[in-house]
Design a binder for this molecule. Sequence first.
Ligand code: ZN
Length: 444
Amino acid sequence: MPSTNLTLMWEPQLESMERSELESLQLQRLSETVQRAYHQVPHYRNLFEENAIAPDSIQSIQDIRKLPFTVKDHFRQNYPYGMFAVPMRDIVRIHSSSGTTGKPTVVGYTRRDLDTWSTLIARLLSASNVTADDVIQIAFGYGLFTGGFGLHYGAEKVGASVIPISSGNTQKQLMIMKDYLTTALICTPSYAMFLAEAMEQAGIRREDLRLRTGLFGGEPWTDQMRRQIEERFNIHATDNYGLSEVMGPGVACECLEKKGMHINEDHFYPEIIDPVSGEVLPLGEMGELVLTTLTREALPVIRYRTRDMTRLIPEPCACGRSFLRMEKPSGRSDDMLIIRGVNVFPTQIEEVLCSIEGCEPHYKLVVDRQGSLDVLEVLVEVNEHLFFDEMKKQNALVKRIQQEIRSMVGVSATVKLVEKKTLERFEGKSKRVVDKRIQHPAQG
Ligand SMILES: [Zn+2]
């Protein structure tokens, strides 16, 4: 693997600007955004009036805390174009989310929005040292999903040779990767893993490819998965973050330090809140990410609750960028359980289980209330060989899982080992939590 961590910047004067300079730029852009939202979008005008907020009450960046949150439901209530701040003749592109429940979220872009978007993608690619010398294979779906087209124009902007193959058709992906001398791969991390397996089955060795970097996003993944992808393709793999409500990919991206994703703070203002109280948390604490667009023309979005749980990293990065970094999201605030006053994410339990040999990543969490006390039970599958082992070994394993859960999440749990393949399997979104407290609420 190439050893240098030196990373290019597409707009070094902006990406490494002084924090004080950045803050005054953010304030100026925030006031413009609030004015535009108030005067052009009835939804915001009504919301501001209900909360007795005048659009010119933003005098400092801290004043953003006076503004109400925007949630996904607001997009649905204003379906399809009610959140747009410009007339349709100024909209040049429309994307929308898949909308697994209810109506999809519809987003629009002006010509300037598209130009900003491709610039932010150019930053993202440069952060992984992708240049005009690269051949980029974009295996994200081209269509209403923001991934394909989002990356496409930024890739052309840096001058790379772009192969818009879109998603699917794995054999063709491999043929093209080899024959067209692809150097950079863009797709979801799970598809990269799938491609790696198909490559091995097809007898293609990593030495047969020119691939040197991969930019993966669109879904959560672990550092363990990153190491596997890097090893199997012999590449640098970086993470990036975005969501269609505020733009699409390009909101935040990793540099080659690979220690969190730099948020493009001149275009998006990040806050971390307590998902229950809505209070803004001090810098560095874990909570829900809230984003405000600072330059969007077609669709200004104020304090959008992403539901992604993360923390902002205040320490400066060795790459020289001054923008704050965010950690890989560790779960969704919708999935959060409050057990004896402690916030617990099923993904934290999963992480503990994945780190213990003999445990399978199949588990079920049962939360109940005994008297006034919340109790957590964790059912976990173990491989046959362990299951039929002597009691002593089983007890030792149970004890170890209990200890690790207590040190990771801060609550004690009872652990029960179950035989392999006894817990339900899920094709789509898994339902691994049973909260019995909902049926038996606390007495008194
Ligand atoms: Zn960096």
